[in-house]
Design a protein around this ligand. Structure first.
Ligand SMILES: [Fe+2]
Ligand SMILES: [Fe+2]
Length: 331
């Protein structure tokens, strides 16, 4: 019987048993020895496209294929989809490098759910909501003409944990602004201008922490310094260009950026020590954590699985429920 290969499919749409002919980027590769070392090695890959990532295994000719394939480069991959330990993986029969000229990075990087113009309009609205003249002038220098606005709107919010898609940094940032300002209504004395500005800038260091060419990954400087300190450095330099910027406002704003991870163990160089800082840290955690759950729930699951696979970052399984759970109200 002839096996039918379905039209252009994305990784997240694949189903167990399906034959595939797909264009993906090799995000990671390594040769893994078989349990019986005498049998040599197989090639273990992590491949990505706009919809996410999937493990892929090449059992035959692994050494030769490993030398031909480059990490962070697009390939055409032919094979079948297998179900393995409640996840899907690709059983590769053939894999061929694609010439960069035939494909564009945009064809492989995940993109966000919101139209870019809508996101930019929301950013504009938030910038317009800040009234303190010093913060207005700081934000105008950063997001205005000649600033980093277009990079900010395009950057990912992470490599894999949350908002890890093009436009994810802006989506996450605006979510944090919304959460922080809503929570800020309940507490006083709280400086909403400062909180909004801190929320808008809290992750600006991610522009240097990540690169987003064929795949999303850390830069060397990003991994070594981390975005809270990179963001602190960037905003401190922007403030230094504004004559007579009030010192205490500078400290309070830089404190928001340095402390936004909330706990020393979570990468904050200092703990939140102002009301604005603790509100921002919680808004940031809520946005990141809820999106992380959403991302895990969207990963492909074997048919009929009510639970996701164990998520090592969250340290738990997540219950996805069964079709109709929400509607039935059954006990
Ligand atoms: Fe952060
Ligand atoms: Fe954040």
């Amino acid at each position: 019987m002839a096996v039918h290969v379905r039209g252009r499919r994305r990784l997240a749409e694949l189903e167990a048993g399906e034959r595939v002919d797909i264009k993906v980027v090799v995000a990671r590769k390594h040769l893994q020895p078989f349990r019986d070392a005498g049998k040599g090695s197989y090639l273990s890959l992590w491949v990505t496209d706009t919809s996410g990532g999937m493990a892929a295994r090449l059992w035959d000719g692994a050494r030769e294929a490993a030398s031909r394939l480059q990490v962070d480069r697009p390939v055409r991959l032919l094979g079948t989809v297998d179900s393995f330990r409640d996840s899907l993986q690709l059983n590769v029969e053939r894999v061929e490098p694609l010439a960069d000229a035939d494909v564009r990075p945009e064809d492989f990087l995940p993109i966000g759910p919101r139209p870019p113009l809508e996101v930019e309009a929301e950013l504009e609205e938030r910038l317009g909501g800040v009234t303190d003249r010093w913060l207005v002038s700081l934000l105008a220098g950063i997001f205005g003409e000649g600033g980093l606005r277009s990079a900010f709107l395009r950057a990912p919010g992470g490599k894999s944990i949350h908002h890890s898609y093009l436009g994810g940094l802006a989506d996450h940032t605006l979510e944090v602004v919304r959460f922080a300002l809503a929570a800020g209504d309940y507490y006083s004395p709280l400086d909403k201008d400062l909180l909004c500005c801190g929320a808008l800038l809290h992750d600006v260091g991610k522009l240097e922490e990540y690169r987003w060419d064929w795949t999303i990954d850390y830069t060397d400087r990003g991994r070594l310094i981390g975005h809270p300190v990179l963001g602190y450095e960037f905003v401190a330099q922007a403030i230094a260009r504004i004559e007579e910027f009030p010192r205490k406002l500078e400290w309070r704003l830089l404190h928001l950026i340095l402390s936004h991870h909330g706990e020393l163990a979570w990468g904050a160089p200092v703990l939140p020590q102002t009301l604005e800082a603790t509100v921002l840290a919680h808004a940031d955690l809520l946005s990141g954590r809820a999106q992380q759950f959403q991302q895990v729930l969207q990963n492909p699951r074997a048919p009929g699985q009510a639970w996701t696979t164990y998520d090592r970052v969250l340290g738990r399984y997540i219950y996805a429920g069964e079709p109709g759970d929400q509607q039935s109200g059954s006990r």
